[in-house]
Design a protein around this ligand. Structure first.
Ligand code: NAG
Ligand code: NAG
Length: 189
């Protein structure tokens, strides 16, 4: 009986503590909001860190990677310009690789190779999906993060960001070449 009472008293005490702290939580709704956004930004940071490992490039300015993975629907500070730069990095990298492999490649074949790598519905999207960018890129709640334009934009922006971060489009092109090395070797066969 005695231990029964102690258990009930303990339960009652816990219940009161719980109720009063949840009442406090309600009254402190405002201060609980930054905590929420901190949690969200932390999981974003973890996703970015994983992405760095995947591509084996560590950003000196982490903010550039954050921006590269931010769609224009989400923020004014977005990846649009980095994406334009990234597209040209990718095209240059493909041209270098193709001519290194075959210096006699025709202009037509070279243009085809470049167009294929740059196509939003083609390898640009496939490569971005392979890296899992659809799970990393920040978009507005109504925007589909799996849409090819979003994935491809983030994929291009990644290499634009590396070019700015490293101060070299060659470094960015190299990272691009390595992330595609599986694809390159298939193409060579
Ligand atoms: C990752 O990069 C480092 C230095 O940039 C290099 O030494 C290492 O071999 C790379 N690892 C892979 C798996 O490419
Ligand atoms: C998002 O886009 C993907 C790829 O285009 C599509 O398969 C999917 O159905 C879309 N999802 C929604 C909810 O529209």
């Amino acid at each position: 009986m005695g231990s029964h009472f102690r258990v009930s008293a303990t339960l009652l005490f816990l219940l009161i503590t719980l109720l009063s702290s949840s009442a406090q939580a309600f009254s402190e709704e405002e201060s609980s909001l930054p905590e929420l956004s901190l949690r969200v930004s932390t999981s974003f940071s973890i996703a970015l860190a994983n992405l760095q490992n995947q591509i084996n490039y560590t950003f000196k300015r982490f903010g550039l990677l954050r921006r590269a993975m931010t769609h224009s629907s989400y923020s004014e500070e977005n990846n649009k310009a980095l994406s334009v730069l990234g597209e040209s990095v990718i095209q240059t990298s493909v041209a270098l690789q193709s001519i290194r492999k075959d210096v006699d490649i025709s202009a037509k074949d070279l243009n085809l190779a470049i167009a294929e790598a740059a196509k939003v519905e083609g390898s640009c999207n496939a490569d971005g999906i392979r890296l899992g960018l659809q799970n990393v890129v920040r978009v507005a709640s109504k925007t589909n993060a799996t849409a090819p334009a979003v994935v491809c934009g983030a994929f291009r922006a990644l290499f634009g960001a590396i070019a700015i971060d490293s101060g070299s489009s060659d470094v960015a092109g190299e990272v691009y070449g390595k992330t595609r090395s599986g694809v390159w070797s298939v193409v060579t066969l």
